[in-house]
Every structure is written in C-alpha cells, then in structure tokens.
Design a protein around this ligand. Structure first.
Ligand code: G1P
Length: 293
C-alpha cells in the first residue's frame, strides 16, 4: 500500500510586491477573493483532499495568517450576542483542528525551494503536498484531490498540477518536458524553471500544486541557486527525476494567477458568479458594466 499524504506545506513568505500598496502591511495571502482570503481557499482545498496537518512557511509581517487560523474570542462573543449563529458556525468550520497547524519562519526569501526545505523537520519521512495560495483553482473536485487520485492510480510517485500556457509565457513558469502522455496524465522527463520561449521544451507549465516524496529534502539541501539567483523547487525536482517518478496532471478546473492584478480581478469575478448568494445581483452589475464598455 502506498503511504497516505497527510501533510501540506504552504509557502507564505513572499513579499507580494505586485500588490503594493495593499500588501505593505498585509500579507498577500490575506487578499480576499469575494470574502475569503486566498490562504483560506488553499487550506480548504487541502482539507478537501484529506490533508490533516498544515505547515506554513512564513516570514516577517505574516502573523495575521496565524491569527486568521485561530479563535477570535471577542468577535465570537459579539456574534453570539447578536445571534449570528450561521456566521459563527462558518468561522468554526474554517479552522483546522487544534494542534494540526505549524508555523516556521523563513528568515530570508531565498526561493520556493528553500521555503519548502524549511519544512523538512515537520514533514519528516513521508510524502507531502505543497500548495501555492497565489494559484487559485475553481473546480468541482479540489485540484489536490484530483492529484491524490492520480498518485493512487500510478501506485505512488510525485505528482504536479500541469496546464498548457501560451508559449510566450513560458518564462513565468516551471516547464515540463513531456514523455508518455495520455492527454490527462503526462510523464515528466525533464523540468526547467522559467525558460525563455525560444528554448522552452514545451508549453506545459507546472501550476502551484505538488505532491512530493520526502527525498526532495536531501536534494534541496545541496541545491545550487538557479533562476533569479534563488533556490528553485523546479531544479531540485529535475535533479530527482533519475531516482523518482514524476507525473504532470492536467487537472479539471480553471486556474487564476492571483499573484497578478488581472488574474486576481478575474478570480473575483469568476468566484462571485459561482456563488449562489450573490451571482444574480453581481451578474447584473457585470452585464451593465460590460454594456458601457
Ligand atoms: C512558482 C514556481 C514555478 C511555477 C509557478 C506556478 O513560480 O517556481 O515553477 O510554475 O510557481 O505558479 P513563481 O510564480 O513563484 O515565480
């Protein structure tokens, strides 16, 4: 039997410079799409995929994330006095279980690979997931749950969320060299971080969801700096390819790049139109705005 994936790592140390001034004093992971912060969607997705332990790799200025996943007695008392039990229940449901959340500080931003390495002691010798909250995915079945199914089907191994992107955008992503491909699952033969379109091996990009075997930590330990002079997770995964299988999964769902203003605005529109409580009113507004364009 393959080992269950019980833990997820959330690298949340990034500065969010593309959203200044909004992110000057507030973590970018707390930016709301409709009324939920990005990091809440990431945690919800992990829970929907059966994750039991949540490891946040944070940095300075990110303590609000810890407060978000904690009780707020004052707020709860006021809500309770006002009889707002539905809101209270929702707040309760958003919380991971006591004792299931850990926070680690990454002292200097040294890249995604370094952020993941920081979680080594908490993950230990078991497979784990990584979720980048910037990549928000609207889907019927949680993207990470789809990836877990792929891992089960393949009898284990590493699984990456994958998606075709416009060829001219390869320099924004980790790019997969595809091997055997059934249209949904694709064998990864090589990986390269942010290649120029002129040298990119394909336009199949890695999106911010990973299921990884713990061997990645040993490789990250000695990983040289790569693109942007940072320790890249993509480089470490590429170095692991000789000893461990990697698959890309073209997941079902729509991905929004919430690290980018346009992607973030698009996500807000799409998620609002997907919400029963506001879809109709908001749809009317969108139609009237569009008519005036
Ligand atoms: C990171 C990864 C990259 C991946 C991307 C997905 O890049 O390094 O391989 O394709 O996330 O969003 P970043 O967006 O942090 O520069």
């Amino acid at each position: 039997m393959i080992q269950k994936v019980r833990k997820a790592v959330f690298p949340v140390g990034g500065l969010g410079t593309r959203f200044l001034p909004a992110t000057k004093a507030m973590p970018k992971e707390m930016l709301p799409v409709v009324d939920r912060p990005l990091i809440q969607y990431a945690v919800d997705e992990a829970r929907a995929a059966g994750i039991e332990e949540f490891i946040f790799v944070t940095g300075r200025g990110k303590v609000i994330i810890e407060d978000h996943f904690d009780r707020s007695y004052e707020l709860e008392r006021v809500l309770s006095e006002r009889g707002k039990t539905d809101v209270l229940n929702e707040l309760e449901q958003n919380l991971p279980n006591t004792g299931s959340v850990a926070y680690i500080r990454q002292r200097e931003p040294q890249g995604l690979g370094h952020a993941v390495w920081c979680a080594k002691r908490y993950v230990g010798e078991e497979p784990f997931a990584v979720i980048l909250a910037d990549d928000l995915i609207l889907s019927e079945k949680a993207c990470l749950a789809q990836m877990m199914e792929t891992r089960d089907e393949m009898g284990g191994g590493n699984v990456l969320a994958a998606m075709e992107v416009p060829h001219e955008h390869t320099s924004r992503y980790g790019i997969i060299s595809p091997g055997q491909d059934d249209g949904k699952k694709v064998e990864v033969t090589h990986l390269v971080e942010k290649p120029d379109p002129s040298v990119a091996p394909s336009n199949l990009a890695v999106i911010g969801r990973y299921i990884l075997e713990p061997e990645i930590f040993d490789i990250l330990e000695g990983q040289a700096r790569g693109a942007g002079n940072e320790i890249q997770l993509t480089d470490a995964m590429s170095n692991m390819l000789g000893s461990s299988r990697f698959y890309g999964l073209r997941f079902e769902g729509t991905r929004f790049d919430c690290g980018d203003k346009i992607g973030f605005l698009h996500a807000n529109v799409a998620f609002a139109l997907n919400r029963q409580d506001i879809a109709q009113d908001f749809g009317n507004i969108i139609r009237s705005v569009a008519a005036d364009l």
